[in-house]
Design a protein around this ligand. Structure first.
Ligand code: HEC
Length: 204
């Protein structure tokens, strides 16, 4: 009986103690701040620049995959997204297009695209022979009219029923494929006047 009374009294003290009866204007005491207070992003806000000589959290993979800080921050929207600062597609590949680059594009194209688009870009690859939706040939007027930046975006993000390839292909390879795709368009829309005179006799 005595014990119960002590417990009851303690309970009353605790309950009354918890209720101070007035409101405080001050924030409650934060005993252990951990990392509760720090600069944070607002929704839709541009990410802050990453300070020099720091490793952004959650980017361990991109560190091993990419060679430079520039690659990680991806601020160069033309190179990484095919868009200029105003948000419109760039008309030209932002890299030097030479023989080596085009060859790289051809190699990557044959590996990643020809299964559906065919080695010539006609849209008759083995995969689409069956039931898959057939892509239009690359020399279809719609595809001819895409600016380079938009083609790059199609390779990266896909379009309608076609998947994107940004996980499999690094940026420079995606641009190389765009260059090769342009070459396929040129070679398939070429006319006799595009063939040098001395080679015309070799045409069948
Ligand atoms: C799995 C099959 C497949 C692969 C692989 C593939 N594509 Fe496609 N692609 C398609 C299909 C299907 C379409 C048509 C999409 C639609 O109209 O729904 C298409 C459409 C396109 C178009 C034209 C978009 C338009 O406006 O019609 C381009 C350009 C293109 N692909 C480029 C590429 C490139 C470059 C690659 C290689 C990186 C590639 N594709 C790999 C299936 C594929």
């Amino acid at each position: 009986m005595h014990k119960n009374r002590v417990v009851f009294c303690l309970l009353v003290i605790f309950i009354l103690g918890g209720c101070r009866g007035w409101r405080s204007e001050k924030p409650p005491i934060h005993v252990n701040p951990n990392m509760d207070f720090q600069a944070s992003y607002k929704a839709q806000e541009q990410p802050m620049d990453i300070p020099e000589n720091t490793v952004p959290w959650g980017f361990d993979r991109s560190f091993s995959d990419s060679s430079s800080r520039k690659d990680i921050i991806k601020k160069d929207s033309v190179y990484y997204y095919g868009k200029n600062r105003a948000g419109s597609w760039v008309s030209k590949i932002p890299l030097e297009v030479n023989y080596e680059f085009l060859n790289r594009g051809r190699e990557r194209f044959n590996i990643f695209c020809s299964s559906c688009h065919g080695k010539d870009g006609s849209g008759n690859g083995p995969v689409v022979q069956g039931r898959w939706i057939k892509p239009v040939p690359y020399w279809h007027e719609r595809v001819m009219a895409y600016p380079d930046g938009q083609l790059y975006n199609i390779v990266s993000e896909g379009i309608r029923s076609m998947p994107g390839y940004k996980q499999q292909l690094k940026e420079s390879d995606r641009w190389a494929i765009v260059a090769y795709l342009r070459a396929l368009q040129k070679s398939n829309t070429a006319t006799l006047s595009d063939v040098p005179l001395d080679k015309r006799s070799q045409l069948k």
